[in-house]
Design a protein around this ligand. Structure first.
Ligand code: BES
Ligand code: ZN
Ligand code: ZN
Length: 483
């Protein structure tokens, strides 16, 4: 979809559909446009259209104006319009119009202007809401919107923020495509190839192979890979947009999590292809940061492997040695994410980073506690936690802090090794983070658990069901706050 700015009146724009947003109260903000449009608005607002949030009504336009049709679009109550609601209306309106096979769309920002809301949020919602994943459908005859014209005067600021939105949305799409791909086409090798495709000026990609992983002693990460024929890859990508110490992002990248010998129930196991959503998110962040030339030094680490119960799989009760030297009793092979992420966090410290942030589909407990509305976070750095919370509010990829009390240490006591990879059933969300904190040590670090938010079961206004792409917009926003 092409975005354009045109400084023409609503009634003079040649297009398939003109989108006119309305709030729920009765006033007609378009009274001065043209008498026949006003008459139409008056008629339709009596019964057919209230203006409630995300309500849409497509009608033929009066003969004396250039647009062919008008889409009435509801913003909800005037005082309750927020950036998030504007995003939602963008997603809802554009996906609806695509399904109606409309192609050239114009959008009037008049009402948003009156409400002091930026039309760029509408564009963001539009881009994200139009996402589809049709790679494996033979019948993939795509209905496509060709252009979205914003009826506004061009300015440098507006053009810049539209470009930023476009690049960010494309990076969310990049991440979603990786997550939606079936695990047979998104092996650790495929993920490494996807990371390598990001190479460009200022972006380097290094893949540590099995023998390198062995050599540097990442025994915890390596243990996860024993049960699979697919070779593990430890993916290191770096974008140098500044000379400052780096921010290191660690993304859990289990390309399929069967649970290993502590096998998961078969119901829903097919979804465990999304256990690399953390890795996909951090690659999306790197892609956008590089394309936008953000002044930040960013390193992304993706410990990528399958977790399968093959003949040489790691067994419950096995003890492995992590790169930190700590020994770990693997009491449950399904708690594999923390093994991979722990080695990556320890490796991250070698870069003397300003911050380490890991993002992982780590625990079922997170999904049970929060549903799909919010991600959990725990960490040891007040400023990072606070900035992440604010970044979450701004992007609506919200994160909620939970405690890391030292009492959780008890949960992970092992009789045989330095630490155990699970506690008891209770408190497992905090215990998993506490496990990671033992590897982060005093380095500034935050863990984000996206188990509940990385996959969407039912279409949302600008997040079609499937991979949500969570983390890309959140972490980009965070980087801009702390850079
Ligand atoms: N990948 C799962 C967590 C998960 C569950 C993500 C549901 C998304 C949806 C993780 O590796 C896992 O299996 N965790 C176990 C840990 C337990 C054995 C302590 C869990 O949460 O059940
Ligand atoms: Zn697991
Ligand atoms: Zn997992």
């Amino acid at each position: 979809m092409h975005i354009a700015l045109k400084n023409v009146k609503e009634v003079d724009c040649i297009c398939d559909v003109l989108i006119l947003p309305f709030t729920e109260d009765g006033v007609n903000p378009y009274a001065s446009l043209n008498p026949s449009v006003s008459r139409l608005i008056g008629k339709i607002r009596k019964k057919e259209f209230k203006g409630s949030l995300n309500e849409v009504l497509l009608v033929p336009a009066p003969e004396d104006i250039k647009p062919e049709r008008i889409l009435f679009l509801g913003l909800g109550k005037k005082d309750a319009v927020t950036a998030e609601k504007v995003r939602q209306t963008g997603g809802k309106a554009l996906s609806y119009l695509r399904d109606m096979e409309m192609r050239n769309i114009a959008f009037s920002p008049l009402v948003l202007g009156q409400l002091k809301q930026s039309p760029v949020y509408f564009i963001e919602g539009a881009f994200l809401g139009l996402y589809t994943y049709k790679k494996y459908k033979n019948d993939n005859h795509a209905k496509k919107i060709t252009s979205l014209v914003l009826l506004a005067k061009s300015s440098k600021d507006l053009l810049l923020s539209i470009r930023k939105t476009e690049v960010t949305a494309a990076s969310v799409v990049f991440a979603k495509d990786l997550v939606n791909a079936p695990a047979n086409d998104m092996t650790p090798t495929d993920l490494a190839a996807a990371a390598s495709s990001l190479k460009r000026k200022n972006v380097s990609v290094r893949i540590l192979e099995k023998k390198d992983i062995q050599k540097i002693g990442m025994g915890a990460f390596l243990a996860v890979s024993y049960g699979s024929k697919e070779l593990p890859k430890f993916i290191v990508t770096e974008y140098r947009g500044s000379r400052k110490p780096p921010i290191v992002l660690v993304g859990k990248s289990i390309t399929f999590d069967s649970g290993g010998l502590s096998l998961k129930p078969s119901d829903g196991m097919e979804k465990m292809k999304y256990d690399m959503a953390g890795g996909a998110a951090v690659l999306g962040v790197l892609k956008a940061a590089a394309e936008l030339k953000l002044p930040v030094h960013l390193i992304c680490l993706l410990p990528a492997t399958e977790n399968l119960p093959g003949g040489s799989a790691v067994k419950p009760g096995d003890v492995v040695r992590s790169i930190s030297g700590k020994t770990i009793e693997i009491a449950n092979t399904d708690a594999e994410g923390r093994l991979a992420v722990a080695d990556a966090i320890e490796y991250a410290k070698r870069f003397k980073p300003r911050a380490i942030i890991d993002i992982a589909t780590l625990t079922g407990a997170c999904a049970i506690a929060f549903g799909g509305e919010v991600a959990a976070m725990m960490g040891n750095d007040r400023r990072l936690l606070d900035e992440l919370r604010k970044a979450g509010e701004e992007t609506h990829e919200r994160v909620w802090e939970l405690p890391l009390f030292e009492e959780y240490k008890e949960y992970l006591k092992s009789d045989i090794a330095d630490i155990r990879n699970i506690g008891s059933r209770t408190g497992s969300l905090m215990a998993s983070a506490y496990f990671l904190s033992e590897f982060a040590g005093p380095s500034p670090w935050v863990h984000i658990d996206i188990a509940g938010t990385a996959w969407v079961e039912k279409d949302r206004p600008y997040v079609p069901k499937g991979a949500s792409g969570i983390g890309v917009r959140l972490l980009l926003n965070l980087i801009e706050r702390v850079q």
